[in-house]
Ligand binder design. Structure first.
Ligand code: F3S
Length: 753
């Protein structure tokens, strides 16, 4: 058994009491989201209710899931904590590193070969520290989590933005960076700004070609890619109960596309059915016992405008199938309007490829509905005009749909079955094209469609729809085809119409699998070696950062005064560097190469004060490090915005930068810097930024009395002998000052072992 029933029992035992206390505190009925959040505080209930969109709150999630790209640094860091085992149930899923090229088995074999050392590391480290390991081919993280680990009323974090998929089973599931995963596995609390709440009331019942995917495609059009930022979306209403659990998962998955922190549905009979069908009847029975706590209070749903910050209503009976895109998931087109807008915008109407599956849409129900359409290509003697691929979400789904004949149907219509992995969804797709410069269109049942996302080609116009619509349009080979109203001409020259898709929620013979890809950890992993080759260029064991020396920081050199926007992408670029995610020294060669140097307006060109010459930022910093000289990075407003990528904090720390002094920080990056033991400070007067000169030597004083709310002092020693001295602010609390002194949060945990 992969899931941890004892942990779930404990959560359910405590849930009613915690919710009652929270209701008492806020003194009104509670939404489901609030119930789960208040039940997962890592500290005692506060004296007053949290302010939505304002209060920073420490949580204690029940689970952690990691995909293989982000797991590498998370686990390398976790090893630094000196813990014998992870503090909460955790899993690793090998899904992101498999490139789709020719077909499932060959692609999988090639990936195992190319990524062998990464897989060996992840499997050995998982075995050692009590982490469940899902082998390459086992499936895509979010589908595997839904099938095995998600449970109503739980809270989890995952190192991938579509972690909210587990909201389909009533879980608050949030995507985070590797450093957050590491903290929770090491037993530390996890911080989140208490979210705003968006309520979406679903009425009516879907019919015909409309599916759960169309709910979120419609929502994306309403909220746009930013509308859910800082909010949790809670779905309710009789329409919600009419959706299968996996359909709910699809909707929650794509809540990431409107920027939502996560999305969630209340526990209902459809979730119970799914739990039973996936061998978790015991969880369903436990959930039945506390069902009233696994949904919002009745008054909340009766008068939602009094309890949510925003309320949207969607009538499923009226909802049309949607096709969203190109280039952004919030360009939402009801299928009846699509042909017209395609012509108006001159988007290529010819569809070159249709792709179904991914973590978003590869349930048994999805595959069966798509297959019911695909079958008609053969039975109605239609020539399939587009290429077609199928990416199953898990080995369990793949095995079952193969047994039940669906994969044969896809193959008969000319489809290629790819490995159970992210593949084309993440750009891991060696797409063959006779002319990559040609404007072209593809349609997928995935979630994201930004330029270059699927095949790296900026000329590809990617549209997103449900698997059944993708299949119908792939048969037609035409983006302007509307299967509800239009006919196709078959090989006999006859006009034929496609019948509505027919779905089967659960396999009549039950789910089956031979090897689901799961490897349980060792009961006692203490003897397990972690596999990292010393000469590897993809993986490197970390060494703890040096503790604070106990003195002020004197004689530091200015490394760079960054001008304007400096996001985590400017600090630690993605793209080709991703392959070094598990090798801190190698990936540090991208440190700040995207930042603009204030003094020469160039990127990756800064003055080495020791030689007077200009060079790339990482090389200059390495020269300072070799000479034993500490440095300071100066930045503008909102420094470190963007992602939670911990590399952006670890790289400067690794290369010997001692302080980051900016006008203001993006909060997540500021916390990441603190965790890595970096001194993160802000100008108390932003105009002092202008006093920083290219040849400055910098002192930072006041550290021997480092205390919360107490300013430090910066002295700029200019080359001409003049000086500027000014106070600087910081937001360190007592605990974070301890991190700074120990050299990092993980060093502190280790010291306390
Ligand atoms: Fe993978 Fe695409 Fe989902 S990259 S995790 S299949 S969003």
């Amino acid at each position: 058994m992969a899931f941890d029933i004892a942990m779930i029992k404990k959560v359910y035992e405590e849930l009613p009491g915690r919710i009652a206390a929270a209701r008492n505190l806020v003194n009104r009925p509670l939404t489901l989201t609030e119930k789960i959040l208040y039940a997962h505080l890592s500290d005692e209930l506060p004296g007053e209710a949290f302010a939505r969109g304002n209060s920073y709150v420490n949580f204690a999630p029940d689970r952690v899931a990691m995909q293989d790209a982000t797991a590498q640094m998370a686990l390398l860091q976790f090893m630094q904590a000196g813990k014998p085992r992870v503090a909460v149930p955790s899993t690793v899923h090998c899904d992101h590193l498999i490139q789709a090229k020719t077909g499932a088995q060959e692609d999988l074999n090639r990936a195992i070969d190319t990524n062998r050392e990464v897989y060996d590391f992840l499997s050995s480290v998982s075995r050692k520290y009590g982490i469940g390991f899902w082998k390459p081919g086992g499936g895509i993280i979010h589908q595997v989590v839904l099938e095995n680990y998600a449970f109503p009323g739980g809270m989890m974090i995952g190192t991938d933005s579509h972690t909210p998929n587990a909201g389909g089973l009533g879980m608050v599931a949030i995507g985070v960076g590797g450093a957050d995963a590491c903290d929770v596995m090491a037993g530390m609390p996890w911080e989140l700004k208490f979210p705003r709440l968006i309520g979406i009331k679903l009425t009516g019942k879907m019919n015909g070609w409309t599916s759960a995917k169309d709910v979120i495609l419609k929502v994306a059009g309403i909220l746009t890619v930013k509308g859910g930022t800082g909010a949790i979306i809670e779905y309710f209403g009789e329409g919600a109960e009419s959706l299968s659990a996996t359909g709910k998962g699809t909707i929650c998955n794509m809540g990431a596309e409107v920027g939502a922190t996560t999305s969630i549905f209340s526990y209902d009979s459809r979730m119970a059915d799914y739990l039973r069908a996936t061998d978790r009847a015991d969880i369903a029975s436990l959930a039945e016992g506390i069902a009233e706590h696994l949904t919002g209070d009745p008054e909340v749903y009766a008068n939602p405008e009094n309890y949510f910050d925003q309320v949207i209503e969607i009538d499923l009976s009226e909802l049309e199938p949607h096709v969203n895109g190109p280039f952004t998931p919030d360009l939402a087109w009801p299928i009846s309007k699509l042909a017209q807008v395609v012509k108006e915008h001159n988007w290529p109407a010819k569809l070159e490829v249709g792709l179904i599956g991914s973590c978003t849409n590869s349930s048994y129900e999805d595959i069966s509905r798509a297959a019911s359409v695909a079958k008609q290509a053969v039975s109605k003697n239609l020539k399939v005009r587009s290429e077609y691929t199928v990416t199953p979400g898990s080995e369990m789904v793949r095995y079952t749909v193969d047994r039940d004949g669906f994969l044969d149907i896809f193959k008969e219509m000319g489809g290629v079955v790819l490995a159970n992995a992210c593949g084309p969804c993440i750009g891991q797709w060696a797409r063959h094209s006779d002319d990559p410069d040609r404007k072209n269109s593809i349609i997928t049942s995935f979630n994201r469609n930004f330029a270059k996302r699927n095949d790296g080609n900026p000329n590809t116009h990617a549209f997103v729809a449900s698997p059944e619509i993708v299949t119908a349009l792939a048969i037609a080979g035409d983006l302007t085809f509307n299967p509800i109203t239009d006919t196709l001409v078959n090989e006999n020259g006859e006009q034929v119409k496609l019948d509505e898709p027919q779905g089967i929620e659960f396999p009549a013979k039950g789910f089956a699998v031979e090897d689901n890809g799961y490897v349980a950890p060792a009961a006692d992993g203490s003897g397990q070696e972690v596999a990292v080759k010393p000469d590897s260029d993809r993986l490197q064991l970390l060494e703890g950062f040096k503790p604070w020396k106990g003195t002020d920081l004197n004689g530091l050199k200015l490394l760079i005064k960054a001008k304007g926007k400096c996001t985590t992408d400017h600090i630690s670029m993605a793209g080709p560097w991703l392959k070094y995610r598990g090798h801190l020294d190698n990936i540090s060669n991208n440190m700040l190469i995207g930042a603009i140097n204030f003094f020469n307006e160039k990127s990756d060109s800064v003055k080495n004060q020791l030689t007077g010459e200009y060079g790339p930022v990482p090389a200059v910093q390495r020269a300072y490090k070799a000479a034993g000289v500490g440095t300071v990075v100066v930045g503008d407003e909102n420094y470190g915005e963007g992602s939670s990528r911990e590399h952006a904090a670890m790289e400067p720390r690794h290369l010997g930068v001692l302080a980051i002094l900016v006008k203001s920080f993006a909060r997540i990056h500021e916390t990441n810097l603190k965790k890595q033991g970096m001194l993160a400070i802000t100008f108390s007067d932003p105009a002092d930024y202008d006093k920083v000169q290219e040849d400055d030597t910098i002192d930072i004083t006041g550290l021997t009395d480092f205390a919360p709310n107490k300013q430090l002092t910066v002295i700029l020693n200019h080359r001409d002998g003049s000086k500027d001295e000014f106070p600087v602010n910081h937001t360190y609390n007592e605990q974070q000052i301890e991190w700074f002194k120990a050299g990092s949060a993980l060093n502190l945990i280790k010291q306390k072992q």
